[in-house]
Structures are given as structure tokens and as C-alpha cells.
Design a binder for this molecule. Structure first.
Ligand SMILES: Nc1ncnc2c1ncn2[C@@H]1O[C@H](COP(=O)(O)OP(=O)(O)O)[C@@H](O)[C@H]1O
Ligand SMILES: [Mg+2]
Length: 321
């Protein structure tokens, strides 16, 4: 049996022997068959759209329900004229975001894509919307900052997810608290928003459409950066944000000097990991694969329990360590 974890809509070519036997009906073009766009229930009938979950530079994300079974979904509308990077997929021109998100669907820590629609002026991504979820920006805002045990757990999940995406040839390029969902019941994190991402490459990137305050000094200074060290920099900004409650730099000059002022009580090993990620000189910056081996990451949690409850405003986060 085919066990590939694909979205219900976009079916790329793959080598599963069983699936290879499924021959599309003659009246269906190969492209239509691959993208699963034949005989589809129209979006308006398939989903009910609810309240706005978030608004960003590229469009609006709504909560919604799948009509056939009431499943909770998130519906992201992206205006066609906001799409700058395109990919060809199954013979169709699609936003790069779709191709990248689809390429990392097998990664545990990435949001699942359920459906995709193309319209004259826009694209619609339908994604899973895990119950009892908040984005990490809201969690940090509610809690002011994260205790180190929780930050470690969250950071480890993100680093592992990012490594798995890189292994599949996808670089996210906009890692930040707003693009991470926290399941408040399980403590599981999901990476969302591949809208600024790219296909990973060894050469330098010369374009960047992520968030400037998470961008590395080499981008600010020379409009060039290499994928992995830039990811490491953004992870350093994220870890600082988790344990201090806010990002370390606002202005370009601050990014370029990389001077850090910890405004909360943060342990030395944790400070050391943040500093290792935020070294201005590329050759001094920690390698992505080495983050997971840093002493702070391998520290035993202070309260040695398998689950604990931390309070997040009016919600509880059940933390699985
Ligand atoms: N699958 C989802 N489930 C729940 N909330 C989501 C989901 N996807 C996005 N959101 C919310 O919508 C916001 C914007 O979504 P995002 O994909 O980051 O769009 P943009 O490209 O505009 O930044 C996120 O910060 C998050 O709060
Ligand atoms: Mg976003």
C-alpha cells in the first residue's frame, strides 16, 4: 500500500508501485490528475469560512470548517499579485509557497496542507488547524517570556523541524514566533507560512523577503547570505525572544554589531547558545546541526517530570518534556 503523506489535493509523481497502476481516466489530463483538480466540490460548498485568524503582507487567514465532516481548518487567501516566487508543479504555474509546503508534508513539525484552490485573482490554501492552538507570538505575549525548560522544549522541536525541512531541500527563511503554532494541549509545535521560503542551495541567496529584524548582518550589509547560517541567526533571534520576551534587535545597526543585552534572568548556557547563533562573523557562528548538541540543549530539565502545566494567560499549556 502507498504510505506517502500527501495532501488530498496535490499528488506529485512518485514511484509507489501500487499508485503507478492507477491510470487516470482518458478525459482527464495528466496535469489535472496530478493536481487532483478534476470533479472537485467548489470551495464555497466544501468549506464554511469563519473569523479572521491573522492578516499579513500576503493575504488573510481565516478559521473555517470542512462542510462534509466539520473538521477545523485554517484558510489562507493569497492575492495573485502578491506572489513573487513561482514554481511549476505538475505542469502548472503555482506559488512557490505551495510547492515548498507540499515538499515538506512528511515532516512532523510542519502544518498539514489539506486542500488548494486557484482563482482568477488569488490562491486558497486550506490547512489543518489543530485544536487549542495559539501562535508563539501570542503565547509569549501572554506569558511575558518563557521559562527555560519550556523554551528548550519548543526550541528543540523547531530546530528538528528546520533540519528536516533542509534535508528535504526546503529553506523557510521566515522563522519567527508568528510563524509557529503551539498546541496548548500537547505542547506540540507546527511551523507555518512558507511564503518567504526557497529551494535550498549551496550558493549564496541574493533575495530575501522574510522579516528584517530576524535577518542576519550579512544580508543587511551585503544583500547576500548562505542558507544555513542565516537560518541559525534567525533561530538565535527566536531563542532570545522566547527567554527574554522580545527580540534583541530593532535597527539595522543593532543587527550589524550583534550586541546583546539580556533583559531577563537567563542562565549562562542559554546565553551562550543565543550568542553562538548570533555571531556576526559567519565563521564564528554555530552550525545548524551543532545546535542540538549544545550543552544548554542537552541540559536535563529542572523539574524532571514527563508533563507539567504552565499557565499561559487564561489557557494552560501542558508541557511534554
Ligand atoms: N493552520 C493554522 N492554524 C491556526 N492559525 C493559523 C494557521 N495558519 C496561520 N494561522 C494564523 O494566521 C497568521 C498568518 O498566517 P501566515 O501563514 O503566517 O500568513 P502571512 O503569510 O500573512 O504571514 C499566523 O501568524 C497565525 O496566527
Ligand atoms: Mg506569517
Amino acid at each position: 500500500m502507498c504510505t506517502s503523506t500527501e495532501s488530498e489535493v496535490i499528488k506529485p509523481v512518485h514511484q509507489c508501485s501500487n499508485c503507478a497502476k492507477v491510470v487516470p481516466k482518458p478525459e482527464m489530463s495528466r496535469t489535472q490528475a496530478r493536481l487532483g483538480l478534476q470533479n472537485r466540490v467548489p470551495f464555497e460548498r466544501a468549506y464554511r469560512v469563519g473569523e479572521v485568524l491573522g492578516k499579513g503582507g500576503f493575504g488573510t487567514v481565516y478559521a473555517g470548517k470542512r462542510s462534509r465532516d466539520g473538521k477545523s481548518v485554517a484558510i489562507k487567501h493569497v492575492a495573485r499579485n502578491k506572489v513573487t516566487d513561482w514554481a511549476v508543479y505538475g505542469g502548472r504555474r503555482v506559488p512557490m509557497e505551495l510547492k515548498l509546503l507540499h515538499s515538506v508534508q512528511a515532516v512532523e513539525g510542519v502544518i498539514k496542507l489539506i486542500d488548494f484552490y486557484e482563482r482568477t485573482d488569488s490562491f486558497i490554501f486550506v490547512m489543518e488547524k489543530p485544536e487549542n492552538t495559539k501562535d508563539l507570538f501570542d503565547v509569549i505575549t501572554d506569558k511575558k517570556f518563557l521559562e527555560e525548560d519550556i523554551a528548550r522544549n519548543f526550541f528543540r522541536q523547531i530546530v528538528e523541524t528546520v533540519l528536516a525541512c533542509h534535508a528535504k531541500g526546503v529553506i523557510h527563511r521566515d522563522i519567527k514566533d508568528e510563524n509557529i503554532l503551539v498546541n496548548l494541549t500537547t505542547g506540540q509545535l507546527k511551523l507555518i507560512d512558507f511564503g518567504s521560503g526557497a529551494v535550498m542551495k549551496e550558493e549564496a541567496f541574493t533575495d530575501f523577503d522574510g522579516t528584517r529584524v530576524y535577518a542576519p548582518p550579512e544580508w543587511i550589509l551585503s544583500n547576500r547570505y548562505f542558507g544555513s547560517p542565516a537560518t541559525v541567526w534567525s533561530l538565535g533571534v527566536l531563542l532570545f525572544d522566547m527567554v527574554c520576551g522580545d527580540i534583541p534587535f530593532e535597527k539595522d545597526e543593532q543587527i550589524c554589531t550583534g550586541e546583546l543585552e539580556f533583559r531577563k534572568q537567563v542562565s549562562n548556557p542559554c546565553q551562550d547558545l543565543v550568542r553562538s547563533c548570533l555571531r556576526v562573523k559567519l565563521e564564528d557562528r554555530i552550525d545548524l546541526a551543532d545546535i542540538i548538541k549544545h550543552p544548554w540543549m542537552t541540559t536535563e530539565n529542572a523539574y524532571n517530570v514527563t508533563s507539567g502545566i504552565i499557565n499561559s494567560g487564561d489557557q494552560d499549556i501542558r508541557q511534554f518534556i
